[in-house]
Design a protein around this ligand. Sequence first.
Ligand code: COA
Length: 138
Amino acid sequence: MRIRKYKTVDNCECVKLITDSLGKSCGRLSKEHLSARIGSKPEDYSFCRWLVAVENKKIIGICGVYRTNSTPQGFWGIDWFAVDKKYRKKGVGKTLLLAITKGIKGKIFVWATKRAMKFYAKAGFKFLEPESDYLMVR
Ligand SMILES: CC(C)(COP(=O)(O)OP(=O)(O)OC[C@H]1O[C@@H](n2cnc3c(N)ncnc32)[C@H](O)[C@@H]1OP(=O)(O)O)[C@@H](O)C(=O)NCCC(=O)NCCS
């Protein structure tokens, strides 16, 4: 498996991966985000980038990081994170997360899906407040 930067030509493959993993509405949104944010900075985003995991020329995972100008201020957010079903629980997600967060010194947050909470907990993320069920921070 190889980790490399996301390229515009990866859009279709990544959108399919996100649609299969997170549902159609996320697929639609990611299509827009993964196209629009390349080389441009939407108003609310001060920074964003993504990495992909590749095996035999096939994209098997994607993970991004971004910073917003709004809540939670100054934190780094985990963006579009999905691993192909066939390749889960083999360390791909862990490797992508490690690579995308390398060098980040500030706090990192994620709006965790219910099924990914244990994964994030293992990676050192904690719920920000007991009542904020989905927001996890490290
Ligand atoms: C969350 C996701 C990206 C994790 O990717 P992955 O490649 O399966 O994760 P890894 O194999 O690197 O797992 C790392 C560790 O977390 C554990 N883990 C992963 N998924 C887990 C789960 N659902 N429940 C419990 N533990 C889990 C692994 O066992 C492993 O533990 P270890 O370090 O003790 O061996 C992947 O399950 C996925 O794509 N899910 C669907 C999309 C999604 O919910 N994305 C998150 C959006 S916020």
